[in-house]
Design a protein around this ligand. Structure first.
Ligand SMILES: [Cu+2]
Length: 472
């Protein structure tokens, strides 16, 4: 949770660095001072104080990289380096990133800007940066070995190009990619339109984040880089719920959320309570004739999507990946399904050998969210987060969009939980339940089944939770 003081301290630290970088003429010939940020809180938008004006974005649990103007060129300094990223309170991962954090800082420029980016490599191996989605000279495309020499450890390379196309982009290494992206090297890039654009609307709030995945064993700190598909942490900007900040907006705001996917699988991103339009991809703004309302949009690997909606329903609205395994934290997947299995006999025998033995999953997994199970030193519970009505039973790629009437324009602070008007929350029915009429339990097919001569019907014995006796 971010206090206002943290917010202001963060904002002035960043703008202070910009001001300092804009002074000395001698310094202009040298590298721009690298700016570092290691706090995991969402930093307020970086309002541009030089160059063309624009409406800045907010990076979820991240920040925007300050620049300096040098003879009309926007100069940035990225430092590729090992970082410690707090993925959620109490859980830190040793990643690789840029300028103190994974993902790296967001870069914001304006269509037509000439951009010069100094990239210093402090990693133990060579690297490069590919500017995903940009129109640029081939030699600036950042593919190690193909369009440039790799950046050796300890060296600084310079990329320079004009941001020709407005839109939603990202950056990441194109050198030992499998390892470097599995370690968290990536960042967001937004090129704002230089004036009114027929396909790019002005919005009140503009949030950005990248999807990434990691495989960190409970108790460990470093991701397993050889994992191909079976990741155990699915993140927004290298954070997992409940470590992901909410997106706080004012009732009636037009909201844009930009998402890029650098994981190993697709993520159907789902918003509750509102419909949105997909207004752009990394290919640029979508033509209006191609837009239709959705509540879920799939973001495939290596894709970016920007969605827009009118936040006109008050409340705390879930926003998450719709793959249910992606809203969970570190867990083993080789657990058998135990629903309906009667453990009682086995549990008694095991308890005599392992006194702390706990029966799991007999009634589903919801108990896990409330279980006070001892965890290894450095990990996150599989699902956690406490809401106003109890355990949220969520982890990973989950957060909320909080829509409030009293959220001031430009205020991104986290309001308290939504106060539901009386009579608008689901409630318990306390009358008597009528006996349920039973339909015929046998199904039918489109053609008669050929029944093997000796087969007989098998029905699984289910013990109802808490009922203590077996029933059909
Ligand atoms: Cu997902």
């Amino acid at each position: 949770m971010t206090s206002r003081r943290d917010f202001l301290a963060g904002a002035s630290a960043i703008t202070g660095a910009v001001a300092a970088a804009a002074v000395s003429k001698v310094a202009m010939a040298a590298l721009p001072e690298p700016v570092t940020q290691s706090k995991p809180e969402t930093m307020p938008p970086l309002v541009p104080n030089t160059g063309r004006p624009y409406n800045p974005v907010v990076t979820l649990n991240g920040w925007t990289l300050p620049w300096r103007m040098n003879n009309g060129v926007k100069e940035f300094h990225l430092v590729a380096e090992p970082v410690v990223r707090e993925m959620a309170p109490g859980f830190k991962a040793h990643l690789w990133g840029y300028n103190g954090q994974s993902p790296g800082p967001t870069i914001e420029v304006v269509e037509g800007d000439r951009v010069r980016i100094f990239v210093t490599n402090k990693l133990p191996e060579h690297t490069s940066i590919h500017w995903h989605g940009q129109r640029l000279p081939n030699g600036m495309d950042g593919v190690g070995g193909l369009t440039q020499k790799h950046i050796p450890t300890g060296k600084t390379f310079v990329y320079e190009f004009v941001a020709r196309r407005p839109g939603t982009f990202m950056y990441h290494p194109h050198a030992d990619e499998m390892v470097q992206m599995a370690m968290g090297m990536m960042g967001f890039w937004v090129t704002h339109p230089k004036g009114k654009h027929p396909l790019i609307d002005e919005v009140n709030r503009d949030f950005v984040f990248l999807l990434s995945n990691y495989d960190v064993d409970p108790g460990a700190y470093t991701p397993k880089i050889m994992t191909m598909l079976d990741f155990n942490l699915f993140t927004f900007n290298s954070r997992i719920f409940p470590g992901i900040d909410s997106m706080n907006v004012r009732h009636g705001d037009k909201v844009r959320i930009r998402i890029g996917n650098l994981t190993m699988t697709n993520h159907p991103m789902h918003l509750h309570g509102h419909e949105f339009l997909v207004t752009g991809t990394d290919g640029g703004p979508t033509p209006k004739s191609t837009r239709w309302y959705e509540v879920t949009t799939d973001v495939a690997v290596g894709q970016m999507r920007q969605i827009e909606f009118l936040a006109d329903e008050e409340g705390d609205w879930a926003f998450h990946c719709h793959k249910s395994h992606h809203t969970m934290n570190a867990m083993g997947h080789d657990v058998p399904t135990m629903i309906g299995v009667d453990h009682r006999g086995v549990a008694k025998q095991i308890t005599s050998l392992v006194p702390d033995y706990m029966v799991m999953g007999e009634r589903g997994m919801a108990d896990m969210a409330e279980m006070e199970m001892p965890l290894p030193d450095n990990t996150a519970p599989m699902m956690s987060g406490v809401g106003p009505f109890g355990a949220l039973e969520m982890g990973g790629m989950f957060t909320t969009v909080k829509v409030r009437r009293d959220q001031k324009p430009g205020d991104y602070r986290n309001p308290d939980w939504y106060q539901h008007p009386a009579g608008t929350v689901a409630y318990e029915f306390t009358g008597t339940l009528p006996a349920a009429p039973r339909a015929n339990v046998s199904g039918t097919g489109s053609a008669p089944a050929r029944v093997a001569p000796k087969s007989k019907e098998v029905e699984v014995q289910i013990r109802k939770p808490g009922s203590g006796h077996s029933t059909h």
